[in-house]
Ligand binder design. Sequence first.
Ligand SMILES: Cc1cc2nc3c(=O)[nH]c(=O)nc-3n(C[C@H](O)[C@H](O)[C@H](O)COP(=O)(O)OP(=O)(O)OC[C@H]3O[C@@H](n4cnc5c(N)ncnc54)[C@H](O)[C@@H]3O)c2cc1C
Length: 459
Amino acid sequence: MSHLGSTDMPLRVAIVGSGPSAFYAADALMHSGTTVAVAMFDRLPTPYGLVRAGVAPDHPKIKSVIKVFDRIAAAPGYSFWGNVRIGTDLTVNELRRFFDVVVFAYGAEKDRALHIPGEDLPGSCTATEFVGWYNGHPDYRDRTFDLTAETAVVIGQGNVALDVCRILAKPVDELAHTDIAAHALEALASSRIRYIHLIGRRGPAQTKFTAAELKELLTIPDCRVVIDPEYMQLDSISEQELALPENAHARANMEILRKIGDSHPSTAQKQIHIHFLKSPVALLGTTRLEGVRLEKNRLEGEPMKLRAVGRGIYQDIPCGLLFRSVGYRGTEMPQVPFDHSRGVIPNRDGRVVDNGTPVVGFYTCGWIKRGPQGVIGTNKPDAAETVKCIVEDLPRLSPCEARDDELLHTLLRERGVRVVSFDDWRRIDAAEMERGRAAGKPREKFTRIEEMLAVLEKA
Ligand SMILES: Cc1cc2nc3c(=O)[nH]c(=O)nc-3n(C[C@H](O)[C@H](O)[C@H](O)COP(=O)(O)OP(=O)(O)OC[C@H]3O[C@@H](n4cnc5c(N)ncnc54)[C@H](O)[C@@H]3O)c2cc1C
């Protein structure tokens, strides 16, 4: 007799999102011993999530994970439904009619706010906007950044903040042969920014950078990295913290930070100043950003739980541009439970729960499951955990009403949605690479959805 997950009745799974967690979930499903048909939906016509739209253009090796994703997409039973925004083009309840299981893997696309006065002044931006802009994300195509000031401030001390500093500090020649968006390269070519201040609320022993990214700052041509030696005197609790076996990454960062200052000429065109133990308390200016007020901090608490506490001592840094890079936040999807305090879909090991009760057929993985932490690889075990739950739950799942992709295609067509298949994406991909060849770049991205769809109409 046919049952869900048999060859007669493959388990129909919709994955919302096509970033790393979505591809790792698809792969785990295909290797789970269950017969599956995986439909991966993305609001953009392009797959790969932040691997395309987040990873810095000067990090091509990291993007090579796309080859792994392409192999997954080539497996039987996989389909891509690009340019379909779940929640708008198709509601979750509608999706549920066509699929036995829905896996929410739509990432965490919003920035956390600082909640300080002046945050909305022109000149105060989010790292998300800047990253999306230089990576050619259609949402940020028309965003502009005033790069005429000499000083920019970056708030936050994670890898994204380092990416922002590096893109601002690198000579454009170093970016010209990457897949950076043409509009960003053009604007950066006339940037006057020389001084970049990277601000962290805790000390050098508590940084969240990965050592490789931190080290890379020291390799930027004609750029000096500066740290006030005062910060490198650690308090006793930070010393204890650093000595803990589980804190190897902080020790590696500390070693790099201690070397900074020795290896850079003072005549460099650009300077990156790394500040510790300072929090922004206000952005200054009346009609546009003119500076940031920082409060100096001390650390309080136990090792690995140190908190920054204001000392009531202030410092103003005049600046014309400021990027907030203090973390991401997931957004609510209509008809899906949401934890507003954490900005994630509430779940137990990937099973979506509503007030503690599992919602039959709903699962989640990636940043929208666990919050915006972890690198690309972190999403693999995370997705595997979710798929394990799906397989365990198989006997309790009931088949969806409409086991018919054609019907879904018709519904979307009637709504004026041009679904982009993986073969369609391949055409867009080929056209981008062709454009790139002319400019000596790996690809010249299309940055507007209409341009991407126009490639398909031409074909
Ligand atoms: C700026 C930045 C740089 C990074 N650089 C690195 C790096 O160099 N190396 C590294 O290992 N990690 C890096 N990371 C981390 C890595 O990108 C994440 O771990 C990973 O992308 C999270 O995967 P995800 O699938 O959960 O979400 P995402 O990659 O964000 O994918 C979510 C997908 O869902 C889609 N989506 C959103 N809403 C909808 C909807 N309503 N309907 C349909 N689709 C929707 C989006 O378009 C997107 O494609 C970086 C992160 C950021 C923010």
